[in-house]
Every structure is written in C-alpha cells, then in structure tokens.
Write a protein that binds this ligand. Structure first.
Ligand code: UDP
Length: 330
C-alpha cells in the first residue's frame, strides 16, 4: 500500500480526492496533508471553489487538477487511496444541476472505481443519508433500505448515490476492489458557500443582516448536524478500518428547523424575525443517524457540540460578510 516517493526514500502515501475543492473535499485535503499524505485534488469547480484550496498553492505535497471526473481520469504514477467526494450536495444545487448530479454519481463513480482498480488503491465513496429518503425508520441504521421517491426533485441525487453504492459493491465483489462507503449526514462548518441554499448558511446569512429567517413548512422537520472536523475524523477512521459495508457518520443530536432558527438568531444576537414558506416536495420530515456501528467499528463519535460548532461557523460567515461577500436574499 505504501508508495516510494521519487525524491527520497521516505514512503509517501498518495491520496486522490475527487471534489477536492469542495466543502468536505478541501477539509479532507487539509487533514490528509497534516497526516503526511501527498494529495491530488480533482474538481471541475461547478460547486467547488479554488478559494477553498488557495492556501495550499506552493505546497509540494499538493496538486490540483481541474477536471470533470465523468471523463476518463488519466494519472501518471501510483495512488494509494481514492476519496470519492465529487458531487453537488445541496438540494438547491442538485435541483439546478440534475443531469450533472446523476452523471457524477454514476459515470463519475465508475471512473473513480476504474482508477482505484487500475492503481490497486483503496477507495472510499461519499454516500449520504439521502439514500434513506423520507425515512419510515427513526433513527436510521445502516440496515434500513430507505423510502425514496425516484421521480421526485431529490431523486437525481438520492438515486445517483444509491446507484453509486451498488456500483461500489459490484466492484468489490466482481473485481475485489478494496472499498469503503460512508453515509454522510448533515454536516456544517467553515467553507460552506453562503449561497448554497442549505439551511446553515441560509439561516446564518439572514440572521447576520437582521433579515427574516425563512423556515420551510412549519419547522417541525428535524435534522442532526455534525461539525465538519468530527465528520472528517470519522471518515478517515472508516478508510483505515477493514469494513467494506456502509457506515453512517453524523451527529445524533436532533433539532427541529424552527428550534434551529431560534438558536441561530439567539447566538448571533440578531433582530431577525421568522417567516414561513411552503415545505419543498419530498423534504424528509425526520433525520437522525444511528451511529452504533461507527462507535463499535471505528471507536468514533462526534466531539464538537452544536453550540461550539455554530460559534465557529458564525465567525467564519461574519468574516466573509465583513470582507464584502454578498449575502443572498432568501
Ligand atoms: N430549510 C429551511 N430554510 C432554508 C433552508 C432549508 O427551513 O432556508 C429546511 C429544509 O426544508 C430542510 C432543512 O432545513 O427541512 C435542511 O435543509 P438543507 O437544504 O440544509 O438539507 P437537507 O437536509 O434537506 O438535504
């Protein structure tokens, strides 16, 4: 698994990250560089941004390749680990980019698996709690098969990820590729885009400018938010473990969207009011990870409280806004 570097005799671990300029991909890049890996990040910058990796310019252990991974990935030299993160991931993004979302989940996953097979690398695929759809089992364990509307607005993302999981397992069974699947639940933290439409930037962006905070539906739907550093640690442990079956990584603390809106308004000391607009179609009513497996297999559980994580995230967005970033109208 270890690869000799060209320049000296120190073994270098080479990691390839698809979606390496995205929110999670860029945090993973930083984490792996700190662990001593050489990192190659591939991203077509449709939803990722070079701003997330600009601090790595000139780092001899980092290389960025701008490419759409639905096209053939040609890479010279060895690769030890493939971390497959490329995909639009915000409902607003994948509603705008349904075909790209389906293509990256299917064709992109095929290319990433083909590369891993060719390089004899271990590959981890970023799956999602969305594969459980609007769940009828709560909290969601990995054994739950889900409740997804294939033809609804979220179908492009949910089914792409479900197909991707099936393709990963096919490569594992048919070609003995060393695979991992992580099911990622709602994650937040610095480097989310202010305008990506997800609830964290949306609520914080509005509250920072004392604009009404828009709650969809009556706000009784729940989510469970994991701070990004906790998530990355769990994902790293999964890659280094020996389990090829899917593992949920997320924070089990569950909160209603109305409760979350109030908490953010309070944390910012904002004068924002709350306004209600209709719940988008197929918006899951409940979501909470069952992380029993992650606890048992990876000895992992989240450490950052929602309060602490929100404080860091609010500070990040505040800084962006003070530097003149435009806050989208909700
Ligand atoms: N939501 C909301 N106001 C917003 C954005 C989102 O009330 O401005 C709600 C949305 O309906 C969902 C939850 O917040 O119930 C989380 O939405 P997000 O887009 O972050 O991701 P999801 O978990 O639905 O994929």
């Amino acid at each position: 698994m270890l690869t000799q570097s060209n320049s000296n005799s120190t073994p270098k671990i080479i990691s390839l990250i698809t979606g390496g300029a995205g929110f999670l991909g860029s945090h993973l890049t930083d984490y792996l560089l700190a662990k001593g890996h050489s990192v190659i990040a591939i991203d077509n910058l449709v939803t990722g941004s070079t701003a997330n990796i600009s601090h790595l310019v000139g780092n001899p252990n980092f290389k960025f390749i701008k490419q759409d991974i639905t096209e053939f990935i040609y890479l010279d030299g060895p690769v030890d680990f493939v971390w497959h993160f490329a995909s639009p991931a915000s409902p607003i993004d994948y509603l705008e980019l349904p075909i790209q979302t389906l293509k990256v989940g299917s064709l992109g996953t095929h290319k990433a698996l083909g590369l891993a097979k060719h390089k004899k690398a271990r590959i981890l695929m970023a799956s999602t709690s969305e594969i459980y759809g609007d769940p009828l089992v709560h909290p969601q364990p990995e054994s739950y098969w889900g409740n997804v509307n294939t033809i609804g607005p979220r179908g492009c993302y949910d089914e792409a990820k479900r197909f991707a999981e099936a393709l990963v397992m096919a490569y594992h069974r048919e070609h003995q590729v060393d695979t991992r699947i992580v099911r990622i639940f709602n994650t937040y933290g610095p480097r989310m885009r202010l305008n990506d439409g997800r609830v964290v930037p949306s609520f914080i962006g509005s509250a920072l400018q004392d604009q009404p905070v828009t709650v969809y539906g009556d706000g009784s739907q729940t989510r469970s938010f994991c701070y990004v550093s906790d998530l990355i640690e769990g994902i790293y442990r999964l890659m280094m473990s020996n389990t090829h079956l899917p593992v949920n990584i997320g924070n089990p603390r569950e909160i209603s969207m109305l409760g979350f809106a109030n908490a953010i308004i309070k944390a910012i000391g904002s004068k924002s009011s709350i306004v209600y607009t209709p719940l988008p179609k197929d918006d899951p009513k409940l979501r909470q990870p069952d992380i029993t497996l992650a606890r048992q297999l990876l000895n992992w559980e989240p450490k950052i409280s929602l309060e602490e994580g929100m404080e860091r995230t609010i500070a990040f967005f505040k800084n962006l806004v003070e530097k003149g970033a435009e806050i989208p109208k909700t």
